[in-house]
Design a binder for this molecule. Structure first.
Ligand SMILES: [Zn+2]
Length: 487
């Protein structure tokens, strides 16, 4: 057998031109096969706090329209309960429901650690509150990339021992333009970031003060549209517009409230019997020792626009039960109603935090860039779906999450990879968590085409070889007549 294995010898005998072509095409094959993964995508994720999904329909918004026409648009994004800033922003970057990522409210009390977390007093820098989850910037950095963050909630907190590669410590007085300048600077570095997060406080603040129905909100929305225009212009100027995938979204919407729709807790329960956690319209009640049943009984049926749940009875659809920071009693106002302890509390004309099924609570979602289709709209998605989408575009392995890449695949210009869900039950959340295999259709096409090229060249090579070893018809006939000589 050893004598008949002549491939290396014959290969050396082949004419050098043929070898050259063979090697060139093999190298090309390998490069075609792996080119999809070598091309690094960049993403800029922008959130305008409290930008309700339908704000773009009430005034002319030419810059939002420009993105819609040249990119993708999702009409209804179901965000997570409670529909407030910190829980939703952390969901966008983890793909987890608040009961799993642990940022269950803007103001929290952790009874296990006896610690408080307050957005109102900017007491948010205690890492422990954030470490039930791993935000995407950490995963991105662990995969060897760099991240830049301009004021996105949580990006100036040390989480699992890490900050984003570049970040701006939170300072509300830094202008939108300055935040954009920083982001562009990071994208232009020699070792560029591949992922940036940008946060802007409005229109939330004005929505609270004026109420969303106030005609004065029109100019606030126009101002946000101008900010989008500025961002587009700067990205174009820096030649980033066609290379960076821009995603514009929000954490929640806003609904109109009224001084006529107030629920005063002092009318029903004794303020000395409990601690009130978080702000209207969904509030946690921590009863003092032995007072739970008394408070629950007093609040049940107390007011037609107030719903009261014991923690264990909170409906599953809220995914808001399995965390120790959720208090023993949860009270919830109907849309547009405000819960206060008494008239000494402040009241806002616009608010959010309500049931995430209400469309007024829904944020907007638009995207533009090389991985997105052009001029496509989609009716719905969940805000938890953004995380697997981001991981897919950035080509980084997602952590377990509650989203679905399959649910948003139609937004992508390329065909999305086969989804391989791994069902994992966590004792805490009891929810299905999925991991997706990040191998795309393009990748498989590359492998297929590459293999075909190699096969074709092997056939040509063998023919070439056979031909060079066939001096006469006579000898060929001898070989055919004596096939056993080969074995
Ligand atoms: Zn707000």
């Amino acid at each position: 057998m050893g004598d008949t294995w002549v491939f290396p010898d014959c290969f050396l005998k082949m004419d050098s031109k043929f070898c050259h072509v063979f090697f060139t095409l093999s190298a090309l094959t390998i490069s075609v096969t792996f080119s999809y993964h070598q091309e690094e995508q960049k993403v800029l994720l922008v959130s305008f706090d409290g930008f309700r999904w339908d704000y773009i329909y009430r005034v002319p918004t030419p810059n939002f329209d420009y993105i819609k026409e040249h990119g993708v648009y999702v009409k209804q994004v179901t965000n997570v309960f409670v529909t407030t800033t910190y829980p939703n922003h952390y969901t966008l970057v983890t793909g987890l429901y608040p009961e799993s990522h642990g940022i269950i409210a803007n103001d929290m009390y952790d009874s296990v650690r006896n610690k408080t977390f307050s957005l109102e007093h900017l007491e948010i820098y205690d890492s422990e509150f954030w470490e039930d989850a791993t935000p995407i910037w950490i995963t991105n950095q662990k995969a060897g990339h760099e991240t830049g963050a301009a004021m996105w909630p949580g990006t100036d907190v040390k989480i699992h021992g890490e900050f984003p590669t570049y970040y701006m410590p939170y300072n509300q007085s830094v202008s939108f333009e300055d935040r954009v300048t920083k982001i562009i600077e990071w994208f232009k570095l020699e070792k560029s970031i591949n992922f940036a997060l940008l946060y802007w406080e409005d229109p939330d603040e004005m929505g609270h003060n004026l109420g969303p129905d106030n005609p004065l909100m029109d100019s606030v929305i126009s101002d946000i549209d101008s900010k989008i225009g500025y961002l587009i212009k700067e990205l174009m100027k820096e030649k980033l517009w066609n290379t960076v995938n821009l995603i514009i979204t929000s954490d929640h919407g806003m609904t109109q409230c009224s001084g006529e729709r107030i629920i005063e807790l002092d009318h029903y329960i004794n303020p000395n019997d409990y601690f009130l956690i978080d702000n209207s319209p969904v509030r946690g009640i921590l009863p003092k020792k032995g007072k739970l049943d008394k408070i629950y009984a007093a609040l049940t049926n107390a007011h037609p626009n107030l719903t009261v749940y014991k923690k264990e009875d909170i409906p599953e659809r809220f995914h808001y039960k399995h965390h120790h920071r959720i208090q023993p009693i949860l009270i919830m106002a109907d849309e547009g109603w405000t819960i206060i302890q008494n008239r000494s509390n402040t009241f806002m004309l616009g608010n959010h935090g309500y049931d995430n099924e209400f469309s007024d609570m829904h944020p907007l979602f638009l995207a533009h860039g090389p991985t997105f289709k052009k001029n496509i709209s989609k009716n719905s998605m969940n805000s938890t779906d953004l995380y697997p989408l981001l991981c897919h575009i950035l080509n980084i392995p997602p952590m377990p999450h509650n989203g679905s890449l399959a649910n948003v695949k139609e937004l992508l210009s390329e065909t999305v990879p086969t989804v391989v869900p791994h069902s994992m039950m966590t004792p805490q959340s009891n929810v299905n968590l999925r991991i997706y295999k990040l191998q795309s259709y393009a990748y498989f096409m590359g492998v297929f085409l590459g293999s075909m090229i190699v096969i074709v060249f092997l056939i040509v090579f063998i023919k070439h070889l056979t031909h060079s070893q066939m001096p006469t018809i006579q000898e060929r006939n001898v070989e055919i007549a004596q096939p056993l000589l080969w074995s």
